[in-house]
Design a protein around this ligand. Structure first.
Ligand code: 5GP
Length: 195
């Protein structure tokens, strides 16, 4: 696996809720040399299994808006009524240190990163079928069934946007997670070798 040279790379992973993005990102962080996780800020309430400043920086809407107005985010988006954003400073620092920065963000954010950091590697993860997505979402204990329904309803629009916007160069179907990660590692390897 080639290392990023003096300049690191941003690796953007997007896809509908329930496609297994988080598991994929964890595995990428384990496998990539010199990789760092981008911790997003969000106004969404913390789930029982999440840790402050580890999964997310859980902040108030006021604090989020202050940071946004001060230009502290690389990108921001609203998803199902909550704000999400990537603090820019840690990303810039890690890239300057020659690290891979792995970010899991939704598609509006992906489009902003495509504009702001054109050499980022942007990958969209698809579920094998919409039925699998529904089963996976329903199997999660972390959200109410109403929240699961809303997340599923978002999926079609997200997939359509990802395809039509041209912001994603790569689409991978997450059937067997190990194979998906192999595929993403190959993409990163190819992109790193190319530049
Ligand atoms: P969740 O509430 O499930 O943690 O995240 C909801 C959606 O927001 C997911 O698609 C996730 O990838 C996305 N997301 C998480 N952090 C960020 C961020 O910093 N920016 C953007 N644009 N989306 C994010």
């Amino acid at each position: 696996m080639p290392r990023p040279t003096n300049q690191g790379r941003l690796v953007v992973i997007s896809g509908p809720s329930g496609t297994g993005k988080s598991t994929i990102c964890q595995e990428l962080l384990r496998r990539l040399p010199r990789a760092r996780w981008s911790i997003s800020a969000t106004t969404r309430p913390r789930r029982a299994n999440e840790r402050q400043d580890q999964n997310y920086h859980f902040i108030s809407r006021e604090e989020f808006e202050r940071m946004r107005d001060a230009g502290e985010f690389l990108e921001t988006a609203e998803y199902l009524g909550h704000l999400y954003g990537t603090p820019a400073a840690p990303v810039r620092q890690a890239v300057a240190n020659g690290e891979y920065v792995v970010m899991e963000i939704e598609v509006q954010g992906g489009a902003q990163v495509a504009r702001a950091v054109p050499d980022s590697i942007r990958i969209f993860v698809l579920p094998p079928t919409m039925e699998t997505l529904r089963t996976r979402l329903e199997g999660r204990q972390t959200e109410s069934s109403e929240q699961q329904r809303r997340r599923l309803a978002e999926a079609d629009g997200e997939i359509g946007f990802a395809r039509d916007s041209g912001c994603y160069d790569y689409f991978v179907t997450n059937d067997i997670v190990d194979r998906t990660v192999d595929e993403i590692m190959e993409i990163i390897e190819k992109e790193t070798a190319r530049t």
